[in-house]
Design a protein around this ligand. Structure first.
Ligand code: TRP
Length: 332
């Protein structure tokens, strides 16, 4: 039996954090073991917000290096830059003709921006470019071009996948043919929410994130910034109600967890000690990946090679698909 196609886009917007690793990168790499995986860098989606060319270039390398360092095997997973597959933009034009403006008006991300404008007493269209407005159409093209069946995304992107399915259905209905594969969102409810430095969900926008890769010194600093209560050293502490221990559990062995929990409950342990133990397990876990990351970033020729090989393979699939579509709609 043929493997199902799983596809997702990775928006280059800066160094992913630990929550992104556990909630998105790791599960996507696991899915790639069972499915035919196509993971691409959605660089034109980032252009909506990242307007400095060097910053965008850096972000693209960073995110490619992160995924490779975390174990993405380019022999097994097709990895490419969205911008290197021009068929994506041709398909965008094609499906524009099948996408009602009203559908875009209903997109959560767009509506959130309008709401934010109203709150600040700005005009509805303030700071909204057409890239943001038509974001779901470009995303639909990314997905439909490669006949993706499953699209692993976070909950915030579910609506976009549903829109891609709506658009595909509109095309299929018009031509009375199964031209486009109807995609399904793949949302893993079991993926955990990782808490940040202040105990809230780890998120760049809360400024409470621990970056996946930074220097050891910086990592230590982040660990020390984790918010704890103001109990004195001699007091007995509760591991089950502690931001440090919650993170520790994600990376420590059962044995290590048992030992540190006992130290908490025995009293006589300062927060600095617990934070040091967290740093140790985190650093042990991250170090081999970080070394690989630094190596890839020091000489970018490997990343360049992976991305250009990926683009070549992706374009074979994309041009085949586009040719079928050109004929079906009558431009050929
Ligand atoms: N919009 C997604 C995000 O913000 C990235 C993305 C772009 C994507 N194109 C996609 C995800 C296609 C899945 C499928 O994270």
């Amino acid at each position: 039996m043929e493997k199902k196609v799983v596809l997702t886009g990775i928006k280059p917007t800066g160094m992913p954090h630990l929550g992104n690793y556990l909630g998105a990168i790791k599960p996507a790499l696991e899915l790639a073991e069972t499915y035919e995986a196509r993971y691409f860098i959605a660089d034109y989606h980032s252009l909506n917000t990242v307007k400095d060319p060097q910053t965008l270039r850096d972000y693209i390398y960073e995110v490619a290096a992160v995924w490779l360092a975390c174990g993405l095997d380019p022999e097994k997973v097709l990895i490419y830059k969205q911008s290197a597959v021009p068929e994506t933009f041709e398909l965008t034009t094609l499906i524009n003709a099948f996408t009602s403006k009203g559908l875009m008006n209903r997109a959560h991300a767009y509506k959130a921006q309008v709401d934010a404008n109203r709150e600040k007493k700005k005009p509805d269209d303030h700071n909204i470019n057409m890239g943001l407005y038509t974001y779901p159409i470009l995303m639909a093209a990314d997905i439909l071009l490669f006949d993706a069946e499953l699209v692993p995304v976070g909950k915030d992107q579910k609506q976009h996948i549903e829109m891609a399915a709506d658009i595909a259905e509109a095309v299929n209905r018009n031509y009375k043919d199964k031209l486009l594969t109807i995609p399904e969102p793949y949302i893993d409810e079991s993926t955990m929410v990782i808490n940040g430095l202040d105990g809230r969900k780890m998120s760049k926008s809360y400024d409470n994130a621990i970056p996946l890769f930074c220097t050891e010194k910086q990592l230590k600093k982040f660990c020390n910034k984790i918010v704890t209560n103001s109990q004195a050293v001699e007091e007995v502490k509760d591991p089950d109600n502690c931001n440090v221990f919650t993170l520790y559990k994600l990376f420590a062995t059962e044995e290590q967890q048992k030992n540190l929990a006992e130290t908490y409950r025995a009293g006589g342990m300062g927060w600095g000690y617990a934070k040091g133990e967290l740093f140790n397990v985190l650093n042990d876990f991250i170090k081999p990946k970080r070394d690989k990351y630094n190596e890839l970033m020091a000489d970018k020729s490997y990343i360049d090679k992976v991305l250009s090989d990926g683009a070549e393979k992706a374009r074979v699939l994309a041009s085949r698909k586009m040719e079928i579509l050109r004929r079906a709609v009558g431009v050929k």
